[in-house]
Every structure is written in C-alpha cells, then in structure tokens.
Design a binder for this molecule. Structure first.
Ligand code: APR
Ligand code: PHB
Length: 389
C-alpha cells in the first residue's frame, strides 16, 4: 500500500492527525495494535484546552463535543477545609471544556469511518524502515499476513509503549524521567458530581480530585502508595478516604454509590528528545508523559498534532519544509512548559513520603500565596487553560 503519511497508533493523537490531514486532502493510513472497542474501553481524563477544542472544530469533529461538553469557567483548589476558587475566564478570558477523552476518541473514529478513512486494527510486528531516507516504509502483520506501506512520512502516535520512540537510535535519543512515589486510585460512579467545577484537594491525608463526565457520572481520585492494590480498596473505604480529604462543606454534599470502574495509575513525568528523526515524527504519549495533576496529557498531544499538521500541510500545499525541520524544537518548547506546570501542580497538592515539617510549611505558604495573590492565580490559570501554540 502507498500513502503520504503512515500513522502508527489509533489513539486520540493518531486519529486527530489523520482527520486533520484528510480535511486538506493529504492521505494517511492508521495502524492500531488493538481493536477499536479496546481503545474506546480505556478510561482517561477529560479536560480540554481551547486549543484542543479549536483543533476538533478545525477537523470538523465538534458537534457532540459542543453539545455535550461542559464549559468550566474555573476550578477549585482546596487546602484542608479552605476553598480557593480560581475563575479562569476572569483571570485569562478563556474557559476549559470538560468532555471525556474516550468521547473525543469515539467521535474521531466516527469521523474517520464517515470519511472512508483507512484504519487497520490488530496489527503486529510494526517496523519502521528507512526513516532517514526520503522513502520510508512500514512492515507489519495482520493475523499473521505480512503487509507493507510505502509513505513519505511516518507519525509515531503509538503511546509510551509503542515502537516509534524505540526506532530513534539510543545515541540520538535523550530521555528525561521523574517517577513520583505515589499513584492515583480513581473510580467512576453513576452519581451526580459533588460540585459544578473540579476540586483539586491538598489535605493532611494526601491529594484528592473531584471530577466528572456528565450530570450523573462522576470521576474521583485519591492519592495512594504505589504498593497499594485495587483489591485492598472497597468502595466504602474509598468514599471514607475521599471525605477526609475534601473540605467538610463539600463532603457533606457528596453522593456516594457503587463504583463502575476502579483502577490505580502511577504518576510519572517523561520526555524524549528529539521528537523527530529523519521522516519520523513522535506525537503525544510516544514522546512525553505528564502526571495527570495539570490535565495536560491529551492537550499536549494536541499541540504536537497541531504543529505536525501545519508542517505537513505547508510541505504538501506550499512546498515549504520549515515546519517539518522545526517540528521537534517547536513541539518540545511547549511540552517542557506543560511538564513544568504538571510537576508544579503535583508538588503543590500531594503529600510525599519524605516530606518533613518544613516542606509542608512550604506547601502551605505556596497555597496561601495562591489564595492571596491574583498574579499567582493568573499564572496558574494561564497554564491550566493552555499556553498559546
Ligand atoms: N503498533 C500499532 N499501534 C500501537 C503500537 C504498535 N506497535 N503500540 C501502541 N499502539 C497503539 C495503542 O494501542 C494505542 O491505542 O497506539 C495508541 C496510542 O494511544 P495513546 O496511548 O492514547 O496515546 P496518544 O494518542 O498519544 O494520546 C495521548 O492518551 O494516555 C493519554 O494522557 C494521555 O491523554 C493523553 C493521550
Ligand atoms: C478526569 O476527569 O479524569 C481528570 C480531570 C483533571 C485532571 C485529571 C483527571 O487533572
């Protein structure tokens, strides 16, 4: 098979790129290791920056997002029983949209299918060949049958465990990583959200987050030691712990119920440099991971896709390769800022096993400074709603 852009990975990054390229007549084929249902079965976060919202509109995939997404003008950061209300729209002029990543991925699959987009599922043994030439190609198998795709460019949108990053030689690739000494135990419950905005809680018992999917589907998280197992956490134990970590006035309003999903996710910051090698470009989790505290995972993948789409469009429609040559540098500039914000939010809101009394006082002083200083609130808001592309 032959295509202009071969995309490895049928997650939100790969699908958004394929759809955007389609809108300007650039062909692509998406290779996905799992089935569509498996990909849509993954529970992921759900706060969209304006940049991601604009990209979905640009891709012509915004009808359900605009109809069902919740515009949030702000969020709450709580410090024990104290609530610090941050009004993003007042501080930056820009809100965020609460719309699950699973729904984003579902809408993108629908749009690709409607447009006759080529997606191969359950592919195996994907190998990228000749990325450093002007005629790269992929080989892979589907149910044991060997296949080949000749292309002009390869987009590695295959996540952290994909093949694309590994294709960049060790002596070229530099990796930066920070692993946090705790995880997030998250549940999904068919209960009304406890508050109309998200609440990020710092408490003596550790971090908690109150989030939502819709008017009767809530998402809650509590920080847990990495050694904890999901089986050790009954729903009652979860709700009891959550109530201890959120402000008392909020805990009183909390509607509890059986969890329909429960899982523990480790927290890590990770970046690989460079994000391109010859005609191979890395996007999203294939190149970088953020702890979820800043809601930057999907949104930083989106800015990668924006830069790569604009670069490929300029190449094919204007014969201008400056975007392609500058992709890695441009994407990394914004990636590192998202990494810093996510790392800062994680340090501000979690309790660390090795934290001493002085460290806790530092956290408290930072939270009080945030409460008392509008410029500090503005800086947080600017990062949360999304830095310009
Ligand atoms: N061949 C084909 N597909 C692969 C391969 C491979 N060798 N390896 C991985 N994949 C597929 C995975 O099955 C997955 O569906 O690539 C896809 C990568 O999707 P994501 O992990 O969702 O990554 P991305 O599309 O970049 O989305 C980033 O996902 O994890 C969240 O917080 C993150 O929100 C961010 C978003
Ligand atoms: C979520 O809704 O799952 C969510 C929201 C915000 C975060 C992380 C997760 O920062």
């Amino acid at each position: 098979m032959k295509t202009q852009v071969a995309i490895i990975g049928g997650g939100p990054s790969g699908l958004l790129l394929s759809q955007l390229l389609h809108t300007v007549g650039i062909s692509s084929i998406v290779l996905e290791r799992k089935t569509k249902d498996y990909v849509l079965g993954r529970i992921r976060a759900g706060v969209l920056e304006q940049g991601m919202v604009n990209l979905m509109r640009r891709a012509g995939v915004s009808e359900r997002m605009d109809a069902e997404g919740y515009v949030h003008n702000g969020t709450v950061i709580s410090n024990a029983d104290e609530l610090i209300e941050l009004n993003f729209t007042k501080l930056t002029g820009t809100p965020v949209l609460v719309y699950g990543q699973t729904e984003v991925t579902r809408d993108l699959y629908e749009a690709r299918e409607k447009a006759g987009g080529q997606i191969e599922f359950e592919v195996e043994d994907v190998v990228i060949h000749d990325a450093k030439t002007d005629a790269p190609y992929l080989t892979y198998t589907v149910h044991g049958e060997e296949r080949r795709i000749d292309c002009d460019y390869v987009a590695g949108c295959d996540g952290f465990h994909g093949v694309s990053r590994q294709t960049i030689p060790d002596d070229v690739r530099q990796e930066f990583e920070k692993v946090y000494p705790f995880g997030w135990l998250g549940i999904l419950s068919e209960t009304p959200p406890v508050h109309h905005e998200l609440i990020y809680s710092n408490s003596p018992h550790g971090f908690a987050l109150c989030s939502m999917r819709n008017a009767n589907l809530s998402r809650y998280y509590v920080q847990v030691p990495l050694t904890d197992k999901v089986e050790e956490w009954s729903d009652d134990r979860f709700w009891g712990e959550l109530k201890k970590r959120i402000p008392a006035e909020v805990a009183e309003k909390l509607v509890t119920g059986p969890s329909i999903e429960k899982s523990i996710a480790p927290l890590r910051s990770f970046v690989t440099e460079p994000m391109s090698w010859g005609r191979l470009f890395l996007c999203g989790d294939a190149a970088h991971i953020v702890p979820p505290t800043g809601a930057k995972g999907l949104n930083t993948a989106a800015s990668d896709i924006h830069y790569l789409f604009e670069a490929l469009k300029a190449h094919y429609l204007e014969g201008d390769d400056s975007g392609i040559e500058g992709y890695s540098e441009k994407a990394l500039l914004r990636v590192w800022k998202a990494e810093r914000f996510s790392w800062w939010m994680t340090n501000l809101l979690h309790r660390f096993p090795d934290q001493g009394p002085f460290d806790i006082k530092m956290q408290q002083a930072e939270l009080n400074f945030l409460r008392d200083n509008e410029d500090a609130q503005k800086v947080l808001a600017q990062n949360y709603v999304g830095l310009p592309y």
